[in-house]
Design a protein around this ligand. Structure first.
Ligand code: ADP
Length: 438
């Protein structure tokens, strides 16, 4: 296969950042070289990638805005040459009666069908992720041993999921007819699924919830979806898609998908997450390595906290044996609550901006590797670093890959959302950042 002439095959649109990373990691594991973009890039890029994942923040915004962003992402992915498209949402089907899963899926089918109706008149919707115990049976979504509406998701502040029947849930979001690919068909394998899809199409369905209990079920579904222009689901459904490209001779079986360019330079760890896992990771780091705490009150008083942190990093990197340090705002939930009631809700952004500013100035001083804890914090940091695209490497811990930014002067980044990662995540991430593969 001529490597130079290869263009991206699968174009993915994810409705949030960590979901995009989860999907990208899954595709790398399944053998596709994958690049993740943060938002829709301004220009075309020449990317050495088999799959591209555009990370949007469209899960809980108004449906019209989610459609507009998703259409823009689709246009950009089509301009890169992608031939099949994937709309990724959460494995708990996070949405409301107003959207955004139904409206976005409809809009993407409309856009794809406008040029050529072939394969763009129908798609599946399947949030199953068996390895995290999200399974779908007769249209009902299970989280672990119980139904979705008994999983805690029924009280989610933005997308309360009170109905476990996804055919009903999706039907409330769309005028298109929603059908079901039942477990009997999925267990029957690719051909049985294809026959069910043909029957559903004949009945006028445009979307269908697909049952799946295992990764084998997801592989059967993936194979049966080879000719669909759009597939929608959680990251699990992506398990079955790379093999379609392999069977068509479009995807090498031999490439090392997680091979990242080497990057030299010092590293730093920044933590702005106050989640339980991050608190434990910070404590573990501080038991044997240097760290400095960012105090939100000192920030609010306008003290030179950023400068102090930069001096702390300099001091530890300047010695004969440079030592990476941790700069953290991480605190217990009680401490965070106290800071919020004293300083107002804007304290979160104050802390994020301080960490982002530290990252930006450290980059200017030659730091090349950033390990970041916190979803919102990671967003602020990548923006401050001017990073738009990430090449995805192997997973440090489930759902958190090591990545390298695309462009001149690449940076190594590990972006961890709150509750991810084992207790020694920071040290492990540093080893990955230095090119070791523990
Ligand atoms: P997670 O992924 O754990 O939710 P985020 O970075 O998304 O982490 O969110 C954590 C929020 O808490 C950020 O806005 C961050 O600035 C804020 N924060 C972190 N430490 C403190 C603190 N000590 N006091 C108040 N807010 C804090």
């Amino acid at each position: 296969m001529d490597k130079q002439s290869r263009r991206p095959l699968l174009g993915c649109i994810a409705d949030d950042f960590t979901g995009a990373t989860d999907l990208a990691s899954m595709l790398v594991r399944a053998g596709m070289r994958t690049v993740q973009t943060i938002g829709v890039p301004d220009a075309c890029a020449t990317l050495e990638a088999d799959a591209i994942v555009v990370a949007l923040k469209s899960r809980t915004i108004e449906a019209g805005a989610a459609i507009a962003q998703s259409r823009a992402a689709l246009d950009w992915l089509r301009a890169q040459g992608c031939r099949q498209f994937f709309f990724k949402y959460c494995s708990t089907f996070d949405s409301t009666d107003a959207g955004n899963i139904g409206p976005v899926a409809d809009a993407l089918l409309d856009a794809l069908g406008a040029d050529s109706p072939h394969g763009a008149d129908f798609t599946i919707a399947c949030p199953a992720l068996p390895e995290n115990r999200r399974t779908v049976y007769h249209g009902y979504l299970f989280v672990g041993d119980g139904l979705l509406n008994e999983s805690g998701m029924e009280t989610h502040p933005l997308t309360p999921m009170r109905d476990p029947n996804l055919v009903r849930v999706l039907q409330r979001q769309t005028k298109s007819k929603v059908g079901l690919i039942p477990y009997e068909a999925v267990a029957g394998g690719e051909q049985a699924v294809r026959e069910t899809i043909a029957r559903l199409r004949k009945d006028g369905a445009r979307l269908a919830i697909a049952d799946a209990l295992s990764d084998d079920d997801l592989r059967a579904l993936g194979a049966a979806c080879a000719d669909l222009r759009l597939v929608t689901g959680g990251s699990g459904v992506a398990i079955g898609l790379p093999d379609n490209f392999r069977r068509a001779g479009l995807l090498a079986t031999t490439t090392e998908p997680a091979l990242l360019p080497e990057v030299d330079g010092p590293a730093v760890v920044l933590a702005g997450s106050a989640s339980k896992a991050t608190n434990a990771q910070v404590a573990q780091w501080l038991s044997s390595r240097p760290g400095m705490r960012i105090d939100p009150r000192a920030l609010a008083r306008g003290e030179a906290v950023v400068e102090q942190a930069l001096a702390f990093v300099d001091e530890h990197l300047a010695g004969r044996q440079p030592q990476p340090v941790l700069i953290y705002a991480t605190a217990t939930p009680d401490e965070v609550k106290a800071a919020q009631s004293e300083l107002g809700a804007a304290v979160g952004e104050l802390v994020e901006q301080a960490l982002a500013s530290i990252a930006q100035q450290l980059k200017a001083r030659g730091v090349r590797k950033f390990i970041v804890a916190g979803g919102e914090t990671s967003g602020a940091v990548v923006q401050a670093l001017g990073v738009q695209m990430l090449q995805i490497g192997p997973a440090i811990d489930p759902g958190v890959p090591i990545t390298v930014s695309v462009g001149e002067k690449p940076l190594v980044l590990a972006l961890k959302s709150g509750n991810f990662g084992s207790v020694d995540f920071f040290a492990k991430a540093l080893r990955y950042a230095n090119g070791e593969r523990p």
